[in-house]
Ligand binder design. Sequence first.
Ligand SMILES: [Zn+2]
Length: 147
Amino acid sequence: MFHRIRRRTKQPSEAQRRFAELYPHMQDQVPPGFGVPSAGQERTEPAAVVDDFLPPELRVPSHDQLDGRTMPWKQPLVLDGKMVLCAECGTYREWLILSTHDQVWLRCRAGHQQQETRLDTAWYNRNSGPADATHATFEDCLRHLGH
Ligand SMILES: [Zn+2]
């Protein structure tokens, strides 16, 4: 813009003069953020601020964190009169049962995981002992249970 103004003062052409007249009116029509270098930064900043603002217990756990509990389940798991089998390898015992966000997941000895929609947190709580430990990550949890 400085270049344009400097050139215009030297020798304004008809087009440049007309542009100079129109420019103040055109400013209102420029889309918000267009040509404003700081607009991008301003747009991304609020998210970061909000993230810091929330107390830790209200933050959504990141993808690799686990907000839940697990317990080993050595015996076959029978639901509706049928043994639950691993969809991948067909094993039916030595599960690790994981309860998180009101979902129950089964993990077999080979590491396959499947959600068990017939089970929920209430079932988990009835069948698990008192919580022995909570784990920040799934890997911590597996180590704790010797998997
Ligand atoms: Zn399996």
